[in-house]
Design a protein around this ligand. Structure first.
Ligand SMILES: C[S@@+](CC[C@H](N)C(=O)[O-])C[C@H]1O[C@@H](n2cnc3c(N)ncnc32)[C@H](O)[C@@H]1O
Length: 270
């Protein structure tokens, strides 16, 4: 009996030791994780401050930009947009969602003395706010914020909630497309419809920028676009929220994107 109790006690002690070791190991790993986070957070913040400073200089702004934290585009993403716009000199820029990015892109148009930004915005109050920011910067002539409430679109037999985009200028090829909306909360793969609805309008050589590309939803959208639009070359840029760049290969004719997309897919549902 006493042997049995000794064995039981020994087993319980061993179990307790194993459990304690397991917990100590967990705490050890957590401490390393916290140390790594503490090390990288100031560097990440410094990187955003550098990008913000770069933006102010490259855009020669004499007024402060609107917010670049939270919902707004991050400085590193905005700097990528500005650098592309300054070097590629797009004439027609389309944006899905307005905000700080609209001010940045409008300033690029003003600096190059040509071009126009059309920004689709589903939230009327936010659209008014962006227009006020454009006016504050003297950029109202270079960008139009289009009130574009979300409505149902039928694409390949599926219903999607996306912008009412009829007020985009018809017929003109898009040289640069920035996709930072609709917000994720409006539906699964909320930004996917920009592909079937706008990619067929991309000019040869046009570039598409997708913000928040690190999120699993955006990664699924990119996979779907890759199979449906194989002529768009995808690459990733190192931005804090993830950024994907898709380029309509220089030699690819506009018409080459269209066959992947039967017109029936584009039919809006009123
Ligand atoms: C990612 S934000 C747009 C960011 C924009 N491209 C920029 O650089 O500022 C996408 C949408 O979120 C909405 N939004 C922006 N700020 C918001 C806020 N503070 N609360 C709720 N919605 C917001 C706006 O309607 C906007 O179109």
């Amino acid at each position: 009996m006493s042997n049995y109790l000794t064995v039981l006690l020994l087993a319980a002690t061993l179990l307790l030791c194993a459990w304690t070791l397991h917990k100590v190991r967990q705490i050890h790993l957590l401490a390393h994780q916290l140390r790594d986070q503490a090390d990288s957070a100031p560097a990440a913040l410094f990187h955003q401050l550098e990008a913000l400073d770069g933006l102010q200089r490259e855009l020669q702004l004499d007024k402060s930009l609107p917010r670049t934290r939270g919902w707004a585009g991050s400085p590193d993403f905005l700097l990528e947009l500005a650098r592309h716009a300054r070097s590629a000199r797009p004439q027609l820029v389309v944006e899905c969602s307005s905000g700080t990015s609209t001010v940045v892109l409008a300033r690029c148009m003003q600096l190059q003395g040509a071009g126009q930004v059309y920004s689709l915005e589903h939230d009327a109050a936010y659209a008014a706010q962006t227009r006020a920011e454009l006016a504050r910067h003297g950029l109202s002539d270079w960008a139009q914020v289009i009130d574009a409430p979300l409505r149902t679109h039928q694409l390949q037999g599926e219903s999607w909630l996306w912008y009412a985009a009829e007020r985009l200028p018809a017929g003109l090829p898009i040289d640069m497309l920035v996709i930072d909306g609709p917000p994720q909360a409006t539906g699964k793969l909320a930004r996917y419809p920009a592909g079937p609805l706008l990619f067929p309008r991309l000019a040869p050589g046009a570039a598409v920028y997708l913000d928040d590309a690190a999120r699993s939803d955006e990664q699924a959208i990119l996979r779907r676009w890759r199979s449906e639009f194989p002529l768009l070359q995808q690459s990733r840029l190192a931005c804090e929220k993830g950024c994907a760049r898709l380029v309509n290969e220089e030699l690819a004719a506009d018409a080459q994107l269209a066959p992947a997309l039967p017109q029936a897919m584009l039919a809006p549902q009123h």
